[in-house]
Design a protein around this ligand. Sequence first.
Ligand SMILES: Nc1ncnc2c1ncn2[C@@H]1O[C@H](COP(=O)(O)OP(=O)(O)O)[C@@H](O)[C@H]1O
Ligand SMILES: [Mg+2]
Length: 360
Amino acid sequence: MGKRKIDGQESMDKRTILVLFGGCSTEYDVSLQSASAVIRAINREEFHVLTMGITREGEWYLYEGEVEQIENNTWKKGPVSRACLQPDRSAHGIAIWRENGIELCYIDVVFPVLHGKNGEDGTLQGLCQLAGIPCVGPDMLGSAICMDKDLAHRLVEDAGIKVPASVVLQKGESKDQAAGKVAGLKYPVFVKPVRAGSSFGITKVNSSLYLADAIEHAFEHDREVIIEENIEGFEVGCAIMGNKELIVGRVDEIELADGFFDYTEKYTLKTSKIHMPARIPEETEERIRETGMKIYRALGLKDYSRVDMFLTPQGEIVFNEVNTIPGFTAHSRFPSMMKAKGYTFEQIVDRLIRLAMKYE
Ligand SMILES: Nc1ncnc2c1ncn2[C@@H]1O[C@H](COP(=O)(O)OP(=O)(O)O)[C@@H](O)[C@H]1O
Ligand SMILES: [Mg+2]
C-alpha cells in the first residue's frame, strides 16, 4: 500500500482518504458545509482521514484541526501546512511543507467535496488521473462536460432527450450579432454563464428590454453565455449512484413561489419548497428515473451525480443540468433522495469511496 508518513498512519492497516474542501470557486462556502458533513460521516475504523483546504484564492493547505473550524470557515487559523497533490505517480499522494523539510504522504483515494469551478469541472479530476490516485465522482471528461451547460445539452439531446431551445454567445460578439441569435427564442428566457453553479450569474428575463443587462451580468462569470427558453412546469432531481449497476434515489421536486431557484432560495428555501418525494404519479417518477439513468450513461458519468430535469404540465421530461458534486450536507437533496431508498448518509459516503477505489 506504499509509504505512510503521518503520525498514526503506519500503525494501522487503514486506507488513507484525502478530503478536499473549499476551492477557488464562487461556491467555496457551500463546499465547507458539504465537506464537514462528509468528513464526519467517514468510517474511522476503516479510513484514516486527511483534510486539505483550498482557499478562494487557490492556495492549498493540509489542515490538521477539528472539523468545526472547517464548518465555520476558521480553518485557516490552523493547524495548517502548505501542501499539494503530487502529479508524480510514484508519489501516489501529497507533499507537505513541514518546518524540517518536505514530507510525502501516501493517499489511497481522494474525495473532492468542492463545488463549481476548479473542483467540480474536471480540473482536479484530471490532476488525480495524472497522479494515478482514485478520485470519488465523475472523471475529468464527465465533470468537464457537465460543467458546460451547452455541451451537456448537446450530448443529452443526441441521446434522444429533450433539452431547452438555446443559443450561445461568445464574449466580444457585437450587440447586433447577439440580438440576431436571440431573435428566434421565445420569452421568458434564462441567461446563464455556460460554466458556473449555485445560480451565480443567472437571470430570468421576461422582455428584450432587460436582455443586455442580463447578458453583461452572466459574462462576469464566464466568457460564454447560454440563453435558454423557459421551460414551464417544475424542476425535479434524480440522485444516481453506481458504475456498472446503478442505484437511483426517489425523485424530488422544487416548488417555486415565483422567479427561479436562485442562490438565496437554494440555501434558505425562504419562499420555495423541496418535496421529497415529488408529488407526481408513480409512473411519471419511474420515467424520470429512467431518463436520469439514460443521461448519466450518455454523459459517461461514474460513482454518483444528481441529474436535474424539468417536468412540464404535459408530462414531458426536459433535461436541465447535472451536478457531478451535488450539495452534500445531511439535509441536501442527494442524500435525502437516497435516504428514501434506505441508505443512511454514512452508507452513501462509504459506498462512494468504495466505488471510486474499485473503478477500472
Ligand atoms: N430553461 C429553464 N426553464 C425554467 N427554469 C430554469 C431554466 N434554466 C434554469 N432555470 C431555473 O434556474 C435555476 C438555476 O439554473 P441551473 O441551470 O440549474 O443553474 P445552476 O448550475 O446554477 O444550478 C434552476 O434551478 C431553475 O429554477
Ligand atoms: Mg441547478
